[in-house]
Design a protein around this ligand. Structure first.
Ligand SMILES: Nc1ncnc2c1ncn2[C@@H]1O[C@H](COP(=O)(O)OP(=O)(O)O)[C@@H](O)[C@H]1O
Ligand SMILES: [Mg+2]
Length: 251
């Protein structure tokens, strides 16, 4: 597979960011975190607290932030963009597929992929069955803005793409939110296996998907108000606890 270089560590130092030109209005304020080797991080928090903004910053969608995000000690802005993004595997709520056939979407930016690799990734993303229902199989067009496939199908293709890519850093932003709970459980199991030997950052919409993360950061109004593993946060009986209490597993 690709990406032989092992990313050791990602760190961020007190970055803050604004989406607007309003003076002193920051959607992220003094956010700081560290991802050591093979660690699973999660961000949780109310809607609008800044979770997606962090995931987007790491993907280098924005450069207008103060502070630093370092990968192996080097500012991510200094990496060649294409090379940097080749380290990342991204599954998000509104995932991006381009207008073309499913197979092209799968092998995008990935090299030396065999038909077997693709099939395995689809099986792990619990996608194989529905691909087989298409007369065209992998040659099926997803259509402009993916109108020919459902939201859940789109998410599964995106997850299969992450599994196929075997990235160094996995970024999941409500990546299974369009799936029903049975499908979600199965896909989550595959993602958990994939994440075992990698670094990952998950933004979760259900508590169950982040229970075994190494560090969970609780965001409120663009600030980290609590951090720890699931047990530690529950004992605090504060922000995370309340979030869970109010959520009936949905966060
Ligand atoms: N492209 C944008 N332009 C202006 N404001 C934005 C943009 N994206 C997000 N925001 C604002 O930034 C804040 C954080 O949003 P977001 O990171 O999407 O939160 P979350 O993912 O936790 O729901 C919100 O107040 C949101 O309205
Ligand atoms: Mg979001």
């Amino acid at each position: 597979m690709i990406n032989q270089k092992l990313i050791q560590q990602m760190e961020s130092y007190h970055f803050k960011m604004s989406h607007s030109n309003i003076l002193n209005f920051y959607v992220l304020k003094h956010v700081s975190f560290k991802i050591p080797v093979k660690s699973k991080l999660a961000f949780v928090g109310p809607s609008g607290s800044g979770k997606t903004s962090i995931i987007q910053l790491i993907q280098r969608f924005y450069t207008n932030y103060q502070g630093e995000i370092l990968l192996d000690g080097v500012d991510i802005k200094k990496y060649d963009l294409k090379k940097y993004r080749s380290y990342l595997g991204v599954g998000q709520q509104e995932c991006v597929l381009f207008n073309g056939i499913i197979k092209q979407n799968m092998v995008q930016n990935t090299q030396n992929i065999s038909a077997n690799d693709i099939e395995n990734a689809f099986i792990l993303a619990n996608t194989q069955e529905y691909i087989n229902t298409f007369y065209e199989g992998l040659q099926k067009q997803v259509g402009q803005r993916c109108i020919q496939i459902s939201g859940g199908q789109k998410q599964k293709i995106a997850i299969a793409r992450v599994i196929l890519k075997q990235p160094q850093l996995i970024l999941l932003d409500e990546a299974t939110s369009a799936l029903d709970s049975q499908n979600e459980n199965q896909v989550q199991k595959s993602l958990n296996t994939l994440m075992q030997n990698k670094k990952s950052i998950s933004v979760a919409h259900t508590i169950s998907t982040i229970i075994d993360c190494d560090i969970i950061f609780v965001l409120e109004n663009g600030q980290i108000v609590e951090q720890g593993d699931y047990q530690q946060l529950m004992i605090l009986k504060n922000h995370f606890y309340k979030l869970q209490q109010n959520s009936n597993n949905q966060i």
